[in-house]
Write a protein that binds this ligand. Structure first.
Ligand SMILES: Cc1cc2nc3c(=O)[nH]c(=O)nc-3n(C[C@H](O)[C@H](O)[C@H](O)COP(=O)(O)OP(=O)(O)OC[C@H]3O[C@@H](n4cnc5c(N)ncnc54)[C@H](O)[C@@H]3O)c2cc1C
Length: 463
């Protein structure tokens, strides 16, 4: 594919001071560095600027401004629609900046913007501490945090953004700003859910929470035929669940793994994956009714290191497969929602498709909605209708399954988490924030990025 050419003078100007690596289409590592997590994304940027520090970010932002080329910003490369890679433009790639430092005395951590969740978790768990973040260790901390950050610990401690103390960012004008409650408070509000709209974040500062190191966690599986009854039981069982408990329901075809009985391989199953972040004994008591419900075919819920549980989903969502996703929040698992869910789960074709239904609530819902730009605090559950194939074969059919499922749930939609949007247009981004927050984000956008340089994201245009 033809790629746009960078102005050679602008490029050599950048190369004079740039400490990181500048990668162009002619370079041997170009293909490696333009790959993102979602294998269905195949884009060819003119330049990948692998930054080694904030000065590099400033210089790369200036180059993008000067050349007026499209600008993408890459953290962990896990954007479902592939926003962190562009055709013919400049990619500011933060993935070499993975430092995490922990201060156990003040229970705070600083993380550079290229860190992955697994790197943050290992550094904090070394001190028995944790930042609630996502459920796959190879996800980028930056993109996840800027959208909100939901995961196993959110019902106990809140979202990832609820732990943020401050953020350092390079603006579209190439200025470094710090945002926290005490400085640039409005920007700090917008960064907690508003995504990459306002600049390139170089560092996050988080409050830490005591955790583990062991949690009671893992999946319990039932045959798909039990799903209608199980989901109704589950709905009632979680109604008064303690905040220490977080669960995700998964429907999929059982993969051919050693620990799964051979007779289940390839058969549709339903699993409730639990993580109890309090005492193990208490967790055993809370989880007992679920484990005794119906006829589970496999129960892998056991005390284990939190770090081990965090990596559980890594093999389910590896790099390079083709992924498509539509998402929605719902208030509750009503009978209609359950019926739609089971009906569509039965139609899964791909052996790789697995769709999570997240249990929300707890500490997430107790933060006032207008405290941060994140907007799904009132949701009962978040559906990720993810279709997965090894490559292009069968992808279109599986995508249609996702779209049909999403449309069937439409009467029950109550919003969407911005990090689970695909390329769905401005109206959907507006819907994700609601009109009042969307206007507030627009005002911030006018202040920090009036020309919309940072538009390869869930974009909030300035006008
Ligand atoms: C396998 C998988 C598991 C996931 N699990 C969870 C989960 O458990 N919880 C959850 O909340 N979300 C989850 N997500 C969604 C995830 O939060 C988003 O995909 C997020 O964008 C990933 O961040 P990233 O840095 O890896 O992405 P990237 O693709 O690198 O970046 C995505 C966007 O974030 C912005 N961005 C990235 N870095 C910066 C920066 N330094 N400064 C400014 N903007 C930046 C840019 O707009 C960029 O386009 C998951 C996604 C995947 C693919």
């Amino acid at each position: 594919m033809a790629t746009a050419q960078l102005d050679p003078a602008a490029l050599s100007d950048l190369a004079r001071t740039f400490r990181g690596e500048l990668i162009q289409p002619v370079d041997a590592t170009y293909d490696e560095h333009r790959k993102v997590w979602n294998g269905s994304i195949d884009r060819h940027p003119a330049l990948i600027a692998r930054c080694a520090g904030a000065e590099d970010v400033i210089a790369a932002v200036r180059l993008a401004r000067q050349t007026a080329l499209p600008l993408a910003v890459r953290g962990g490369g896990h954007s479902f629609p592939g926003h962190s890679m562009c055709d013919g433009g400049v990619v500011i790639d933060m993935s070499s900046l993975t430092g995490v430092s922990v201060d156990p005395e003040t229970r705070t951590a600083r993380a550079q913007a290229g860190a992955l969740l697994g790197q943050l978790d290992s550094a904090t768990q070394a001190h028995g501490l944790a930042v609630p973040a996502g459920i796959v260790t190879h996800t980028g901390l930056a993109g996840l945090t800027l959208g909100g950050g939901i995961g196993w610990l959110m019902r106990k401690f809140g979202l990832t953004v609820d732990q943020l103390l401050s953020v350092e960012m390079v603006t579209a004008g190439g200025e470094v700003v710090r945002a926290g409650e005490d400085e640039n408070a409005e920007l700090f509000w917008g960064l907690r859910g508003g995504g990459g709209n306002f600049g390139v974040v170089t560092e996050f500062e988080f409050r830490l929470n005591p955790l583990g190191p062991e949690v009671l966690a893992g999946p319990i599986f039932w045959p798909i035929e039990e799903s209608p009854r199980l989901l109704r039981f589950y709905r009632d069982w979680i109604a008064d669940a303690p905040d220490d408990l977080m669960t995700i329901v998964i429907h999929r075809k059982a993969p051919p793994l050693d620990f799964i009985p051979a007779e289940l391989h390839g058969k549709l199953v339903v699993a409730v994956v639990a993580c109890y972040a309090g005492s193990i004994d208490e967790g055993e008591r809370v989880l007992r009714p679920l484990r005794e419900f119906g006829s589970p075919v496999l129960d892998l819920c056991a005390p284990k290191p939190y770090l081990e549980h965090q990596a559980m989903f890594d093999p389910t969502f590896p790099h390079g497969r083709w992924y498509y996703m539509r998402a929605c929040d719902v208030a509750e698992l009503s009978d209609q929602v359950i019926d739609i869910t089971v009906e569509h789960a039965m139609r899964i074709k791909s052996p790789l498709t697995a769709f999570p239904i997240w249990q929300m609530g707890g500490a997430v819902g107790r933060v006032p909605d207008d405290a941060t730009a994140f907007t799904s605090r009132g949701a009962g559950h978040t559906f990720n209708l993810t279709s997965v194939t090894e490559g292009p074969e069968g992808f279109e059919e599986e995508r249609q399954w996702t779209r049909d499922f999403w449309s069937a749930l439409a009467p029950h939609h109550m919003g969407v988490y911005v990090n689970f949007l695909m390329e769905e247009g401005e109206e959907r981004v507006r819907e994700a924030y609601g009109p009042a927050k969307y206007d507030r984000l627009k005002a911030l956008k006018r202040e920090y990025d009036p020309e919309n340089m940072f538009r390869l994201n869930q974009n909030v245009p300035p006008d």
